[in-house]
Ligand binder design. Structure first.
Ligand SMILES: Cc1cc2nc3c(=O)[nH]c(=O)nc-3n(C[C@H](O)[C@H](O)[C@H](O)COP(=O)(O)OP(=O)(O)OC[C@H]3O[C@@H](n4cnc5c(N)ncnc54)[C@H](O)[C@@H]3O)c2cc1C
Length: 334
């Protein structure tokens, strides 16, 4: 029997695995994709907003050429940490449900069954995009996962959203020769766009290189057009591709299958103790971004990695201590 089954090999799941080993608990990390699968799906040329040391796990240094790591650097870093720590990972194995009770759980996956005393759910939020809920959303020209601009040269591209991811996608596509429209239901770009991205997108909009459609909703997606509803009423926009940067949400159906209650608040927070991260199902813990529910920017790598120590302390000793977080977050250090 394992001491712990950790579901998800994102940065926080890995941090939990390292912390468990430090306390002589044997843990297996079960991951439906590859190591840090969400990061593998991020835009090819992305740079993290955080500096490298704030993404470190298990005390392993993360040396980078520039202050902000690139995606390939982060992928290589986490892979090397996994190898150095000799973590027990089962990749390409999807956890489907958890039966049993505290100290006697049975974790059922696509490949088998694991018996364990405790379960940590570190499943993030990147697998389920927020749908636009309009006709045509399932056309092949629509994506919720922007990777790189090369397919979009000379094409009419609509980027939906007004936060960092939308701004970055719009800029990259524009700089690679796409005709970009940025469509947003609000009346301005998000206040949260990073200070080093904001002037670029604002100036491209001001000079007309990128067309901004504020206070505008997409009402339907057709093969060659978008139907819009804006301040001047309905309109039709020529369109070849849609990049919908409308955010993501945790897999609530999976959380409910696990017996975790979801709070009836605006964030739909999965119920958990603020310091131990144990859920309403005894012996089953949450870790990382999944803890925030719909509030997906509440927890990220910088602060989520500290969940590991809280959870493992509780599993090992039953004690509870206040969560100690470093103060410098990428969300606030703007
Ligand atoms: C473009 C972008 C830039 C970002 N930049 C930063 C930054 O600069 N600094 C920062 O701190 N954060 C940043 N973030 C946020 C950060 O990447 C996430 O908060 C972080 O990945 C969360 O880690 P996690 O381990 O909680 O979840 P994830 O990394 O999402 O890992 C969850 C894992 O669980 C697996 N999984 C899910 N369900 C199952 C299942 N049923 N069975 C098995 N496996 C399963 C998934 O495949 C995934 O690998 C950024 C995010 C984006 C999108």
């Amino acid at each position: 029997m394992q001491d712990i089954v950790i579901i998800g090999a994102g940065p926080v799941g890995l941090a939990c695995g390292i912390q468990a080993a430090k306390h002589d608990l044997n843990a297996v990390i079960i991951e439906k994709g590859t190591i840090v699968n969400s990061l593998v799906g991020y835009p090819t040329h992305m740079e993290f907003f955080s500096t490298a040391e704030l993404l470190e796990i298990g005390g392993h240094p993360f040396p980078t050429l520039n202050t902000k790591p690139t995606r390939p650097e982060a992928l290589q870093y986490y892979r090397r940490v996994v190898a150095r720590e000799a973590l027990n990972l089962q990749l390409y194995e999807h956890v489907q449900r958890v039966e049993g009770a505290d100290n006697d759980f049975k974790v059922i996956t696509t490949k088998g069954t694991y018996l364990c005393r405790k379960v940590i759910v570190a499943t993030g939020f990147f697998d389920i995009p927020n749908a636009l809920g309009v006709p045509g959303e399932n056309l092949p020209k629509v994506t919720h996962y922007y990777r790189e601009p090369y397919a979009y040269a000379e094409q009419h591209v609509a980027v939906i959203g007004a936060k960092n991811s939308a701004a970055k996608a719009a800029l990259e596509c524009y700089h690679f020769g796409a005709k970009v429209s940025l469509i947003h239901r609000g009346d301005a770009l998000s206040e949260k766009i990073k200070y080093w991205i904001k002037p670029d997108i604002e100036n491209r909009i001001k000079e007309g290189s990128i067309t901004a459609c504020f206070n505008t909703r997409v009402t339907a997606i057709e093969p060659g057009h978008l139907l819009l509803e804006g301040p001047a009423g309905p309109s039709k926009l020529k369109n070849d591709f849609v990049i919908a940067m409308t955010g993501y949400r945790p897999d609530f159906a999976f959380l409910e299958t696990l017996g975790i209650d979801i709070k009836d608040d605006a964030s739909c927070t999965p119920v958990h103790h603020a310091e131990t991260f144990e859920t309403n199902r005894q012996g089953l813990y949450l870790a990382g971004t999944v803890c925030g529910g719909l509030h997906t920017s509440r927890w990220f790598i910088e602060n989520g990695r500290f969940h590991a120590a809280q959870i493992i302390r509780h599993i090992k000793t039953g004690t509870v201590e206040p969560l100690q977080l470093q103060e410098r977050y990428w969300k606030t250090a703007e």
